[in-house]
Ligand binder design. Structure first.
Ligand SMILES: [Zn+2]
Length: 98
């Protein structure tokens, strides 16, 4: 299990990393809201994905999720999101959806 508080995959990210962060959070936006989605290179739009800060990698899953959810509630996404999904970023398993 990777529990390092630093990026160890080689990408050398400083805050969060798609490989090294412990939690992956996906915001399922209500229909429309394309301007808030992420635009891919192939011009498709996808729901925003946040990764937990690697500095929190040794905290419990619950504490990390609570922190990320608080940050979400203060964000511009709050009113336009149907559901927030939290995944274990290492096993890819769904932990909880709110
Ligand atoms: Zn990394």
């Amino acid at each position: 299990m990777r529990i390092s508080k630093k990026c160890v995959c080689g990408k050398n990210h400083s805050v969060s990393c798609s490989s090294c962060s412990k939690i992956r959070m996906v915001l399922l936006l209500k229909s429309g809201n394309r301007e808030l989605k992420y635009r891919q290179k192939n011009n498709r739009y996808t729901n925003p994905v946040w990764y937990s800060p690697m500095s929190k990698n040794r905290k419990s899953v619950q504490r990390i999720i609570d922190g990320m959810y608080k940050r979400f509630e203060k964000s511009k996404y709050k009113g336009v999101t149907n559901k927030v999904m939290f995944y274990d970023n290492y096993t890819k398993e769904l932990i909880i959806s709110k």
